[in-house]
Design a protein around this ligand. Structure first.
Ligand SMILES: Cc1ncc(COP(=O)(O)O)c(CN[C@@H](CN)CCC(=O)O)c1O
Length: 422
């Protein structure tokens, strides 16, 4: 038996589904998960010694590629001074300064330990600051597993097809207003009906949890306008897009400034991290200066901060445009190869992300993404994995490319795609 299968059998007896996060179980692509032993740049090596070109990258954190020497060194040096102080440290200040300098909408920031913590706190802050309870989220957007968001999340959750997970009281989602992504008219209608009760809009400024779906022209600008019109806050959930869409995230790239921003993934260089930040007058309401509570044992953990600082130092000088151009060309070629096999397939790409959608229409919202041929994606996934290419184990995710991916990696991936049959 393969070592991965052996480990999976042991794991299933110890952890629900043998995993610590549902999407890793590879259920929708009808495969057993691979147990990874090491990552190096764009390549993963399994416990069976097999290597794969990685387009998951830990679901987004590894924009520099795995085990970047600067990041590894920073983690090792920091850990040697203890892994946790529970007290302020220099690294927290340095990373906060880098985030504030980079993100137009962030005057102040609070570090936490996951994207879920960041978004649940940002929602609490928006509600506390405005004194309102309702909020708008978009179907197909995923903001972590905080109760108020699990009304119709995208990533992972869509895979499990649970319309509203048990365990979330109906009262918790009664104030969650759901709107189709990229539908500004539907947002305006919600405000016409509930305007003075809406605390905020939370949005992925480029959706990565229904496959990759960028905002249509004017969508983000329209959200900014309607929030200003009704006195609601605009929250950009940049857990994926932060420091990936550009060094200043989606807000810098699209020139739309939110009131609050949530971050995660890249800013921790692979270590457990999240952050929320925004305008000073809003952040001042957070304990201990304000009365809106949030806390965390490992918030601002020194080793996590060191990994984040090392990561952003490299990204600060990275050529995002060059990577985007390479990924755009690669995604176009990959799409052409799949389409040449006579199947319905469209694709979206922006910056270092892409998604191939097995459908005949351009995907701009969740209903279109959900209508894609999941069986065909599963077949594509299985055949690519058999040839050493590691894609997202769900079609409703965004493939992630790193600065460590070379043209040789792209060529091997395209060659594998040429061998796929449907
Ligand atoms: C836009 C956005 N906002 C918040 C989150 C939650 O972050 P975490 O709690 O998983 O650190 C996420 C988490 N992303 C998923 C995959 N797209 C994490 C993978 C997983 O759940 O295992 C996110 O994409």
């Amino acid at each position: 038996m393969e070592r991965s299968s052996e480990l999976y059998a042991r794991a299933k007896d110890l952890m629900p589904g043998g995993v610590n996060s549902p999407i890793r179980a590879c259920l929708s692509v009808e495969c057993e998960p691979l147990f990874i032993k090491k990552g190096d740049g764009a390549v993963l090596t399994t416990e069976d010694g097999k290597t794969y070109i990685d387009y998951v990258e830990g679901w987004g954190p590894m924009l520099l590629g795995h085990a970047h020497p600067d990041v590894t060194k920073a983690i090792q040096e920091s850990a040697a001074n203890s892994a946790c102080f529970g007290a302020p440290c220099l690294a927290e200040v340095e990373l906060a300064e880098m985030i504030v300098d980079a993100m137009p909408g962030v005057d102040m920031v609070r570090m936490v330990s996951s994207g879920t913590e960041a978004t649940m706190t940002a929602l609490r802050l928006a509600r506390g600051y405005t004194g309102r309870n309702k909020f708008i989220k978009f179907t197909g957007n995923y903001h972590g597993h905080g109760d108020p968001f699990l009304a119709a999340a995208g990533s992972g959750f869509a895979d499990l097809a649970i319309p509203g997970t048990p365990g979330v009281p109906s009262g918790t989602v009664q104030d969650t207003l759901l709107v189709p992504y990229n539908d500004l008219e539907a947002v305006r209608k919600q405000f016409e009906t509930n305007g003075d009760e809406i605390a905020c809009i939370i949005v992925e400024p480029t959706a990565g949890n229904m496959g990759l779906v960028p905002p249509v022209e004017g969508f983000l600008e329209g959200l900014r306008e309607v929030c200003d019109q009704y006195g609601a806050l605009l929250i950009f959930d940049e857990v994926i897009t932060g420091f990936r869409l550009s060094y200043g995230g989606a807000q810098k790239r699209f020139g739309v400034t939110p009131d609050l921003t949530t971050l995660g993934k890249v800013i921790g260089g692979g270590m457990p991290v999240g952050a929320y930040g925004g305008k000073r007058e809003i952040m001042d309401r957070v304990a201990p200066t304000g009365n809106i509570f949030q806390a965390g044992t490992n918030s601002g953990n020194p080793v996590v901060m060191a990994a984040g600082i090392a990561t952003l130092k490299v990204l600060r000088d990275a050529d995002y445009d060059a990577l985007e151009a390479r990924v755009a060309a690669f995604a176009k070629e990959l799409h052409a190869i799949i389409a040449s096999k006579g199947v319905d397939v469209t694709y979206n790409t922006i910056a270092s992300m892409f998604t191939m959608f097995f459908t005949n229409e351009k995907v701009t919202h969740f209903d279109q993404a959900k209508a894609c041929n999941a069986k065909m994606y599963a077949s594509f996934y299985q055949q690519m994995r058999a040839q050493g290419v590691y894609l997202a184990s769900l079609g409703l995710e965004a493939a992630m490319v790193s600065f460590a991916h070379t043209d040789e990696h792209f060529e091997k991936t395209l060659e594998a795609a040429r061998n796929v049959t449907f």
